[in-house]
Design a protein around this ligand. Sequence first.
Ligand code: BGP
Length: 466
Amino acid sequence: SLKSFPDDFLWGASTSAYQIEGAWDEDGKGPSVIDMAQHQEGVTDFKVASDHYHRYKEDVALLAEMGFKTYRFSIAWTRIYPKGTVEINPKGIEFYNNLIDELIAHDIEPLVTMYHFDLPYALQDKGGWSNRETIDAFANYAKTLYENFGDRVKYWLTINEQNMMILHGDAIGTLDSNLENPEKELYQQNHHMMLAQAKAMILCHQMLDGAKIGPAPNISAVYPATSKPEDVLAANNFNAIRNWLYLDMVCFGRYNSVAWSYFEEKGYVPEIQEGDMEILADATARPDFIAFNYYSTATVEASRGNDDAKNSTGDQQIVIGEQGVYKGHTNQYLEKTEFGWEVDPVGFRVTLREIYSRYNLPLIVTENGLGAFDKLEEGDVVNDDYRIEYLKKHIKQCQLAITDGVELFGYCPWSAIDLVSTHQGSSKRYGFIYVNREEFDLKDLRRIKKKSFYWYKDVIASNGAI
Ligand code: BGP
């Protein structure tokens, strides 16, 4: 028989600063790599986004109306430190103080991502994550967050989708296109991010009593395209490179051995300085939980070593593959969204089980959702039944995973409110709340409750009895 969701289950949803706030250069905010990135033609930039910076009170009231127990948002590093480090911007502190207070006044537990793709441009200018100074800039930023918000924020997330920044930094806009030997350099950057994360975790445990902190990678189960042993091996390799490399480091304090031998084979071995492994292995650098984002699974076959190793798959419709290692494969058994992303609710249960059985830590889902072209109909109605269907299937799989014994303590789909997609503009919508704007026409930005708003309200009120 099915187990029910725990009584204190954290129902909520997620956003990130640059995708929702707007006010990109207001009140002392410095530019981030996202603000400075070249924009894809035909899609809007992030300058106004959903104007949440000026409308957060109205937005929080709407989340409270849905009955949110938690809200996952990110703090823009460049609001706190416009240049990444040294000088604090009091207006930035003030904004997040106000937002956090507003959430708490509505009984919503803040779940804070410290860094969601928006590295301060001033740091990028000095080499970004290739420069070891960025490690301490992040630790210093984390310390400032704990000092200012640690009295009210219990749940912290370090870095959003570090694995996607390493694997698909070009699509996300976080990759430095001037890198000379990109792959090798990316794994050097990865090493530095791991150290930054470890330092932030150590500080959190030192400074804040009762706070909980975790990483927030994007984790997907990896399927072999066939039962051919070479394809199974390729899936096993990709699983190590895509998923376990990141979680093994934060949970076990060591490099995943399959990923390491891949580094050796490809010439990607990062430079490790004296003392690095001690920091990474520090017992207080271990997470209290694992947060992860899930959209779909990945399917791969063995690369036959041809030039066609790169192939797009349903793994978030991003080209995956590496010559001689693995090659992306479309999964013929899965349906795709309007944006070509494969939909795999059962794979969600598989992923939940895999993470839990490997690390034995409490889990929280920090992203999962359907991007679609919603239609605003007369009378301010948005009939997003497709989103309800998508979420229903995934929530069902959460319940099955809980029944399997997985310790899942929260579910935060993407996204609470419509916002600007990372690389597909503002017509790709994910929210329970419609924001009235078009790609290049801001209109009045008013908030409209979608059909899914009322549905999710019932889901929360019934603690997931759907
Ligand atoms: C994740 C990011 C989010 C969000 C989401 C949807 O990778 O953490 O920031 O953007 O994907 O992706 P997209 O906006 O490309 O549809």
